[in-house]
Ligand binder design. Structure first.
Ligand SMILES: [Zn+2]
Length: 147
């Protein structure tokens, strides 16, 4: 007596199961093909792809908002005295027939200080440079491009 290849119960018939001709019982014959039929190619089971893929997008971050870069930092723009200020001061003063003393008095600047400025031994402060600019009609200050 033959026994069912699948469950071991007394076999009732032969069938092709997974391509082999085996004995099966009445319940298990449905797993195979009855003899005489060709073994079916196994149905291709579509692989289950994980829907929506795991490693996918980086939609997280807070990329959306950016503060405008144009906004200047709170830093003051500094004015700097241009090169050649001494000659400019002296030239303009002499063109106006002013003595160093006269100019110093007009500007409330120490005369010795003014002389040093004209020799470029001393850089005028921004305040003094502005007074010189106004008085002599010259340009002594340039805006320093910070950065
Ligand atoms: Zn069986």
């Amino acid at each position: 007596m033959e026994y069912c290849h699948v469950c071991g119960a007394p076999a009732e018939t032969e069938a092709f199961l997974e391509g082999a001709k085996v004995w099966v019982c009445g319940r298990c014959v449905k797993f195979g093909k009855a003899v005489g039929a060709k073994p079916a190619a196994r149905a291709a089971v579509p692989m289950a792809f994980p829907a929506g893929g795991g490693a996918g997008g980086r939609f997280g971050g807070s990329g959306g908002f950016r503060s405008p870069v144009a906004r200047a930092p709170a830093r003051m723009r500094t004015m700097s005295v241009v090169d050649g200020f001494g000659a400019a001061v002296k030239g303009a003063r002499e063109a106006r027939k002013l003595s160093a003393g006269d100019l110093a008095k007009k500007l409330f600047v120490n005369e010795k200080e003014l002389a040093k400025i004209e020799r470029e031994e001393l850089r005028p402060t921004e305040a003094v440079a502005k007074k010189l600019e106004r008085e002599l009609g010259i340009k002594l200050l340039g805006e320093e491009a910070d950065e």
